[in-house]
Design a protein around this ligand. Sequence first.
Ligand code: AMP
Length: 508
Amino acid sequence: MNIAAHLERTGRSAGQRTAIAAGERPLVSYAELLDRVRRLAGGLVAELGLKPGDRVALAMRNCPEYLQVLYACWQAGLVAVPVNAKLHGREFAFIIGNSGATACFTTPDLTDTIASASAADRLTQVETGSDHFRHLSSADPLPLADTLPDDPAWLFYTSGTTGQPKGAVLSHRNLLAMSLCYFADVDATSPWRAILHAAPMSHGSGLYALPHVMQGSCHVIPDSTGFDVAEIFGLIERWPHCVFFAAPTMVRRLLDHEADTDTANLKSILYGGGPMYVDDCIAALERFGPKLAQLYGQGESPMTITALSRAMHGDRTHPRWRERLASVGIPQSVVDVRVADSDDRILPPGETGEVLVRGDSVMRGYWQRPEATAETLRNGWLHTGDFGCFDEDGFLTLKDRANDLIISGGTNIYPREVEEVLVGHADVSEASVIGTADREWGERVVAYVVLRPGAVADPQALDRFCLENIARFKRPRDYRFIEALPKNNYGKVLKTALRDMESARKSD
Ligand code: AMP
């Protein structure tokens, strides 16, 4: 099927419902959104001459037109390439060039960047709100393209904490599987009425827009371009039964907000995309109530590998509640998940290996990268590059990305475990641990630490604290105190940047 069929259905069966709001203001109903989508799709085909399978880039910040453009691509059988709005011009150019996009929608703030970054002669650029955009949006409506389930729908460029970004080819089937798992595994209890797009729609928030189109939620686009905590709390007060997707760092920022706010309207915070520290998770449960759900996924199996549901978060009386909060939950309904050794042999519970995934949410491959595809989709399984282990109850706990693993004296050290200990210290706000070459041990553990305001750097105190909490060989041998950890545009810590900082120190 075509994933845009859901908008056709909601637009007709619940056309009067508000589909899009700008901050507190309702803007567009589902019937209007459907009409705009059909017309823009008509414009893409009749005016721009695009044909099914052609790629259209979205270099757009979150904005009220985002879903119109996304669904218009699918309505016309085109492939959407949503690009993170915070990327550098060079990165935009790479993604547009690599995907072969011939049209690119931009929000006004990105128009010049795209114009100077890409081969303009080949690319038709359309700015939202421009006359050109209005003209395309008033073309004759196009009926839904007859798309097959395995046709590409979304080229998802991985965030690239390492190397060049690769475009995971996500089909209509993949997006449908992800959407159904949202209801089955992540946030099973209705009503859902509003989804706040607090995080980039080019990534998790846009992906989770899909199940919310299926069941007719209002998509609320905050007015601020960044993550404005005060605004988010205001929108929660405004919109009943609201949910939003947040990276763990955003949850942390909500917790740091002191003001007394009413969160009775909040239904769920869906978090994922990176590790959430258990203490933060418990603090969020205390502040907001049992309204958290976690998902673990990656661009190659979007939002859909495992989930820790709201119910699991709320099950405080369970003897292993705390361990479960430290996990990423159990496999989502449409996938098989296993932990395997380097020869793909299944490992028993308690043993750590690479996380492998198979099922309807797994990408078809990387766009025009047959070798990388063959490497990642070996033996019928997606090799995630994440390390983890299952417990006896089937809960998966992630350790680290394969290339973040530290091997010291022949023993594996998982940075996450050391980081969990460090952030438990009262003086530490954030910590990231890497390995650095060591003549004696092969690698040695180095911790980059951001202190809480007013705290004083005291490596000995942190060393004592580590000795009290983890095996001696895992403790950091060096501490580097810094103002802030380098992060990518999705808030993920860039360990590659920390490794570069470490090598720069050595060569000084
Ligand atoms: P991306 O493809 O950019 O979405 O990044 C996916 C990667 O983020 C995964 O392979 C994991 O390493 C990490 N990740 C995603 N969700 C979680 C989670 N819930 N907990 C810890 N790490 C996560």
